[in-house]
Design a protein around this ligand. Structure first.
Ligand SMILES: [Zn+2]
Length: 691
């Protein structure tokens, strides 16, 4: 039966899924006509109705929201790769200044060009130069219609859908001129970068080298869900095409962009003289180490917009701006040794041991060499003098070997083909960058790493079970599998006897272990340390199967790739065939099933709570004004029980504003932002409590 006229409230799950599929296709079709060929088939109002219906269904059935949901994008998505975009005005690069003389010369050139007296001060704004990727955001009638990467400056890639997943980038701007192209920098903070690499390490995926690479890789994902979870930030710093002038100064422009909801770097300041510019440079350089994002210099821009226009550009750089670069945080030292670490899944990772060297504000003794191919590509050898580079909190890396200083008797580094711990063969399947120990159960390095993972913070979080203790208990054959941890209570007397353990710390440890006898299923699944099963996937599996027995039964049935169980498994959100294969392989191994069963007898595993399904789950609501049918506290509690988030102030993230009597400024702001404003009765009707 056709579902296209069924009210959203009356749809069943199955019908809703079908309807979302139909709407996704239909909206995409109209988008393509509109954006790609400028030949719309339907009125704007009819088009808006399709989008609203899609949103309403998604609100009622959040779990059915599609990966290609039209609510996540604007404009036509290219079928493969990204469409090319020609920039309305080229995205220029900046000339460089390396010292004070260069900056002085820049100011002198500006004066000469504008015919100013040498005594006349020029207001120049100094902005930190963010080390990220340039992005151009085009708003038409206040709506984001296109986001494009810099590309070669003339032509970039259309990444609109991805840009819309950044919380720093508003989809709409109230009060913008008809055409407004904002340019700025997308970056990844150090903390987000650390979290991302931690997740990747857990899932046994290759790590990103630095935040800029990570930001670039994250922004240019064909699957926008991946971009969305990468926590990218954005700073606006200039304009492309605009239909009307915005401000008389660059500082005024930034202030206006800030008012429109675009993030502006808070460090930028207007300077009146060369000395002030250089003092600002020194200040930013000093702050650099404590910022949560990478900056690699300071950009100086003539503040007056009319002067910028007069100055124009020479070749591909503006005359009114220059980048004053920071010295690189690099240093030379001796590579004393290359150690190979063995991870929980047997991955062999090379680590450079260095003669201590001071770089970027800290003493460095270790650096990453990434992998076998990187060592070969750079031809880094033990005994070499190497260049080390460090940026912010990022793990230092070996940039290159200084060949002039290479000892005469040096030998190319031979990456081991056997595990340095258990001596099993280490193999590298074709097409992979990681070489792995094949020792499996006999490899103590893997076993110890698996136990460390099992007790780690996001898994069983057992306090008092540190690396040293695990290694000790493993070596003495007291703890060989996770279940042995729960058997420690029978060995209290042994433990107290151990050197440096002490009876109180044993009491504390055993209490911490007992405290974990009841534990969430998702953390149990994560704790097993199965390849590619990170926290997010573990959670999805726990939700999908509800119990350990349910999971094992389903995964066992899924060994047959023709089965329904297999189809169900790979259909779980974000679960690809690769991940499913690792999961199936883990439970296909008899030993692993024994270890899991042995462990499970000690535990009560809690199934995840069902997600509350309501028309407002996942939505952000703001209550304002005097409510008449309920108190503010009651309204908040009820909304939260239905899965909504209640916020104190209106922002572009707000979904609904519920306005009581005398609603005032919040309601006004909501109207300016074009948000849905509901009366108290409309709200009650929406959440199914008749007025
Ligand atoms: Zn091994």
């Amino acid at each position: 039966m056709s579902t296209d006229h069924t009210p959203v409230e009356a749809l069943t799950d199955r019908e809703a899924a079908k309807e979302l599929l139909r709407l996704a296709g239909l909206i995409k079709h109209h988008d393509q006509l509109y954006y790609a060929r400028s030949a719309p088939e339907i009125e704007d109002a009819a088009y808006d109705a399709l989008r609203l219906r899609n949103l309403a269904i998604e609100a009622r059935f959040p779990s059915l929201k599609r990966a290609d949901s039209p609510s996540d994008r604007v404009g036509a998505a290219p079928a493969d790769g990204f469409a090319k975009v020609r920039h309305s005005r080229p995205m220029l690069s900046l000339g460089n200044a390396f010292d004070a003389d260069d900056v002085e010369e820049f100011l002198a050139r500006v004066r000469r060009f504008l015919g100013l007296a040498e005594t006349e001060d020029i207001a120049v704004i100094a902005e930190p130069k963010i080390d990220g990727l340039s992005l151009a955001l085009r708003y038409e009638d206040g709506r984001l219609v296109q986001a494009a990467t810099r590309g070669d400056g003339a032509e970039g890639e259309d990444i609109t859908a991805n840009a819309l997943t950044l919380k720093d980038i508003p989809a709409r701007i109230a009060g913008a001129p008809p055409v407004l192209e904002v340019r700025g920098e997308v970056y990844m903070s150090h903390s987000a970068f650390a979290r991302l690499n931690e997740r990747r390490a857990t899932a046994d995926q290759p790590l990103y080298v630095n935040p800029r690479n990570a930001a670039s890789g994250s922004l240019r994902q064909l699957d926008t869900r991946i971009t969305a979870e990468r926590e990218l930030g954005f700073f606006a710093y200039s304009l492309g095409e605009v239909s009307a002038p915005i401000a008389e100064t660059h500082s005024g422009l930034l202030a206006q962009l800030g008012e429109w909801g675009l993030p502006i770097n808070p460090l930028s300041r207007v300077c009146g003289s060369l000395d002030e510019l250089l003092a600002t440079y020194a200040d930013f350089l000093q702050q650099r180490a404590s910022l949560d994002y990478d900056i690699d210099g300071v950009v100086y821009k003539v503040d007056r917009t009319d002067w910028q226009e007069r100055l124009g550009q020479v070749s591909r750089a503006p005359r009114w701006a220059i980048a004053h670069k920071f010295p690189a945080e690099q240093a030379e030292t001796i590579l004393e040794q290359i150690d190979i670490q063995v991870g929980r899944t047997g991955a062999l990772t090379p680590v450079a041991r260095l003669a201590p060297v001071f770089v970027g504000g800290v003493t460095v003794t270790n650096a990453t060499l990434h992998n076998e191919d990187e060592i070969a590509r750079k031809d880094v050898r033990v005994g070499d003098t190497v260049v080390i580079q460090r940026a912010g909190d990022v793990i230092p890396q070996v940039v290159r070997a200084v060949l002039e200083k290479r000892p005469a008797d040096s030998q190319p580094y031979a990456f081991p083909h056997r595990c340095p711990v258990c001596d099993s063969e280490a193999v590298r399947p074709e097409g992979e960058v990681i070489r792995r120990c094949t020792g499996g159960l006999i490899c103590s390095a893997q076993a110890v790493e698996r136990l460390k993972h099992f007790v780690s913070r996001n898994a069983f979080d057992i306090e008092g079970m540190g690396t040293k203790r695990i290694e000790e208990l493993w070596a003495d054959e007291i703890v060989r599998s996770p279940a042995d941890i729960f058997r420690l209570k029978d060995r209290r007397a042994d433990l107290v006897q151990r050197e440096r353990w002490g009876s109180q710390s044993v009491v504390n440890l055993l209490a911490a272990i007992e405290d974990r006898r009841t534990w969430p299923l998702e953390r149990f699944i994560f704790a097993l340390g199965i390849r590619q099963i990170g926290q997010a996937t573990a959670k999805l599996l726990a939700r999908a199967y509800g119990s350990l027995d349910g999971l094992i039964e389903a995964v066992t049935a899924a060994r047959d790739s023709e089965s329904e169980a297999y189809a169900d498994l790979i259909n779980i959100d974000q679960m690809g065939k690769d991940v499913a294969a690792d999961l199936i392989a883990f439970f296909a191994e008899a030993h692993n099933r024994e270890v899991v069963a042995d462990l499970a007898q000690f535990l009560t595993l809690e199934a995840p709570e069902a997600v509350q399904q309501s028309p407002v789950s996942g939505k952000t609501v703001v209550f304002t004004g005097t409510l008449e049918r309920m108190t503010r506290a009651e309204a908040k509690a009820r909304a939260e029980s239905l899965g909504a988030k209640v916020a104190g102030s209106v922002s572009k993230k707000t979904d609904y504003v519920v306005a009581g009597a005398d609603a005032g400024s919040k309601a006004k702001k909501a109207a300016d932002l074009g948000l849905a404003i509901l009366t108290e009765d409309e709200w009650l009707a929406k959440i199914g409590q008749e007025a």
